[in-house]
Design a protein around this ligand. Sequence first.
Ligand code: GLN
Length: 554
Amino acid sequence: MPTDTVSPTQRPKYIFVTGGVMSGLGKGIVAASIAKLLQLDGFRVTCIKVDPYINVDAGTMNPIMHGEVFVTDDGGETDMDLGTYERFLDANLSKEHNITTGQVYLDVIEAERRGEFLGKCVQIIPHVTDAIKESIRKVAVKNDVDVLIVECGGTVGDIEGLPFLEALRQMRLEEGSSNCLFIHLTLAPVLDAVGEEKTKPTQHSVQELRRIGIQPDIIVVRSKRHISDESKKKIAMFCSVDMGSVISDPDAESIYNVPETLHTEGILNAISEKLHLPKRPIDWNNWVQISRSFAVPKDEIKIAMVGKYVTLADSYVSVNQALHHAGAAHSTKVKVDCIESEDFEKNPTILKRLDEYHGILIPGGFGRRGSEGKILAANYARERGIPYLGLCFGFQLAVVAFARHVCGLNAANSTELDPNTKHSVIDILPSQKGIANLGATMRLGGHDIDIQQGSIASRLYGAKAIRQRHRHRYEFNQNYMELFESKGLHFSGFSDNRLRAEILEIPSHPFYLATQYHPEFVSRPGRPEPVFNAFIGAAVSRKRPIAVPTAGSV
Ligand code: GLN
């Protein structure tokens, strides 16, 4: 698509996205939307997330506190914003696109141990900041981009973010101000009593940025509604940017509408001017078709997501997005109710509340707490003919439910939940035995899967082989394969030369399918992942059963 891209002497250009006032404003969505606009404008572009926490990667963090762990094809356990970038850009990113303080320090300290600093005192400036700049530039070069967007995690003013911001400040000096741009995202709250948006928090957070030597070039202001010209003027004046560089970013019906909103506000103009990028009309064709598909759906279905990390919307963001993509393909709004699985353990009679749902989904998870409730829900979906989709742990617990309730193996379990179980229908992967460290040690990332012909999965995928992402330590114990098959549960996808079962399906059920892999990570707007698409299709049919034509009606 690129026509006259940036002249080689000027590339790559860098756009740094910082956040002020508070977290949770949607910095990832703004960064991804800007990247999308540049991509639609014909530039080669990609994104990086820098995260100021000391964890080496997101893999050891609890999703309920930090949001989902997004898995890249190359096996990185990364920040959930990488998922947003992949979905907006329709491109696979690698783990190098997520840089954490922990990783940078680990590299620097290991280099120090190898004696690479030749007797020097190793310091944050220049050694840590140099390492940060090097990791950023490496991604730009490796991906051969015209523009690299770097989203800086956290909020300006956080102590832990300082080395990153300092590194970015230095980069602007080194690369030149026409090659580096700072975009600052803030919030303009509206106080009910006053009814007007307030610009003071924006002013203060820009002051905080300036204190460390960074003057933002563009300010994106999150708010409930579009901010007034009056507020824009105020922000421009107090923060020393021109009016055209104050961009209003109101709440959107769908995140996929944000690129258009930012474009209407003139963000691309402001970026092109400051970075001396060629200006040309955007080719909206495909994207508009995609973003419009999320508008005002005809119908609504309700999905029960049964789990334990379900209270924070971000802990399953890719699952929610995959449902959203599939819903759009069916012109249906998908309302997801999060249901705490432990409640079923305390009182199994409330399982019947699941009857009012059009589908039941059990996502990935770990550990014993709440697992018995999930097993009950997986079994209930099977018995009651409610469409069921199980993802990773949801696959494993569907196996346990089937073993107990159909195969008569009452004591069946996963060895993760009961190491001494008499029937270990889910057992530890041989490669996982003896691993003590928790970080980055699971079976991770993309693996090829062979799909059995004639199966439901083969109909859905329309392919003999697929590639999907993984994050697990346990798997189906194939010693039980024959028994399961004889009782009507069919395994239809395998990896590593049939060594691992990857897909299960119950052909006699309206829709009962589960995957050992995580299909949610590869779903894209406009191109929903096939099992999600089929699950939503089945849920829609549960709501609106297609009338069987009576004799003579045709
Ligand atoms: N706890 C299970 C395992 O490690 C499932 C993991 C997951 O759902 N991501 O195999």
